[in-house]
Design a protein around this ligand. Structure first.
Ligand code: ADP
Length: 398
């Protein structure tokens, strides 16, 4: 079966068409500047050059229609007709407490998603628009939602409750939810497969380190704790997000900088993290290059990040009372040698022995081990693939 995977943002929409017999990507692309002047579709058929099609896309409906046109195009298309697309898998950011796994789309499910937009006001409305546009253009095609939060629905109460009055949870759903669920689920399962073990028998810490970063404790295949919380602002400092912070800092700095609360949240989401600490960049490639060239604040930002990741690893080993596997994934986790070294290089007291050679050298883009044979904890780099998870989940639901 061929499955179309859609990840809709407010003004962009990413897609991939996968052949599930081989789990290979037939074509992928991006609709950019939806609803803005100068909208375009960038489409790439596997093994061919990217084509760019400039066309007005006032809404997600036109965007989806353009994607379908591209997929059936005689020159750069990959299917002969739309009927070949057996199902569509959509990324949806928030399940609230309503879903603990992926679900097939129907009116009731969509109503619940709309009801949860308050929990993710920046992303959920765009995700919903993507689904609705697709349902309009492809009536009768089964569709599934894969949530960022659902994998973490197994967290126990003691892990997801904040230390604030219980009414805030009961009345307003304020609790920790966690994000990047599809990625944490995928890499923990891939790690178990790679090691020839059943994920049920493993205690794994997965470090999804990218522009946004989160760390998860996966015990027996289930998420038991994760570093992101009510929103993706909690946890380790990220490209431009602060991560964990004493909430008293908000009022103090709002006074000093004369900011209102939305300016403050913008400061914490967009101006903080690596960009804020380093004053150089939010991008780890830039940070590593600047640190190498002697920039002290770039070095400091890398130290702050790695130290905070390492503390979460330690905390989650404690939470699970053990650690069998440490996994690095996403842009930084898969590519930034310095971060992996700083996180995993000095955890010898609980049995992590990093092989520095393997960490620094090796083929990218494949799953590989970077711990020594003597290491009690196996350390792996596992490339994440959120689109594949969405497609697999969709197929499983059918
Ligand atoms: P997102 O959270 O946006 O999905 P990614 O997982 O793509 O982010 O990660 C982006 C980060 O990964 C950037 O900081 C980038 O510097 C880093 N990164 C990506 N590729 C490389 C690479 N080849 N070497 C070093 N860092 C990389």
């Amino acid at each position: 079966m061929k499955i179309l995977v859609i990840n809709a943002g407010s003004s962009s929409l990413k897609y991939q068409l996968l052949d599930m017999e081989t789990e290979s990507v037939l074509a992928k692309g991006l609709c950019d500047r939806i609803g803005i002047e100068g909208s375009m579709l960038k489409h790439k058929k596997a093994g061919c050059d990217e084509v760019v099609i400039m066309k007005n896309m006032p809404s997600h409906t036109e965007a989806i229609a353009m994607v379908l046109d591209a997929l059936v195009n005689a020159e750069y298309g990959v299917v002969s007709s739309m009927e070949e697309i057996g199902a569509v898998g959509h990324r949806m950011v928030h399940s609230g407490e309503d879903f603990n796994c992926s679900v097939l789309v129907n009116d009731e499910v969509m109503a619940i998603c709309k009801n949860n937009t308050e929990l993710a006001p920046l992303h959920q409305p765009a995700n919903i628009l993507g689904v609705e546009a697709c349902r309009a253009v492809m009536p009768g095609v089964p569709m599934a939602l894969v949530f960022d939060t659902a994998f973490h629905s197994t967290m126990p109460e003691k892990a997801y409750l904040y230390g604030i009055p219980y009414e805030a949870y009961k009345d307003y759903k304020v609790r920790r939810y966690g994000f990047h669920g599809a990625s944490h689920m995928f890499v923990s399962q891939e790690a178990a497969k790679f090691l020839g073990k059943d994920v049920k028998d493993l205690k794994i810490v997965t470090c999804h380190l990218g522009n946004g970063s989160s760390i998860t404790a996966v015990d027996g295949g289930k998420s038991v704790d994760t570093s992101m919380g009510f929103t993706p602002l909690e946890g380790v400092p990220m490209g431009t997000r602060s991560g964990d912070l004493d909430p008293a800092v908000l009022e103090y700095l709002m006074g000093k900088y004369n900011m209102n609360i939305s300016e403050m949240l913008n400061y914490l989401n967009k101006k903080s993290g690596m960009a804020g600490v380093s004053g150089v960049s939010s991008d780890f490639r830039d940070l590593c290059a600047a640190a190498e060239a002697g920039n002290e604040r770039a070095k400091l930002a890398l130290d702050v990040f790695s130290y905070r990741v390492k503390k979460y690893v330690g905390a989650y080993a404690a939470a699970m009372d053990g650690l069998d596997v440490l996994v690095f994934t996403a842009g930084v986790g898969e590519n930034t040698v310095e971060v992996r070294e700083a996180v995993a290089g000095e955890l010898t007291f609980f049995g992590v022995e990093l092989d520095r050679e393997l960490n620094a050298n090796g083929v990218r883009g494949i799953i590989r081990e970077i711990s020594t044979p003597a290491s009690k904890v196996r350390v792996l780099i596992v490339p994440t693939n959120e689109e594949l998870v969405i497609a697999r989940e969709t197929l499983a639901l059918l």
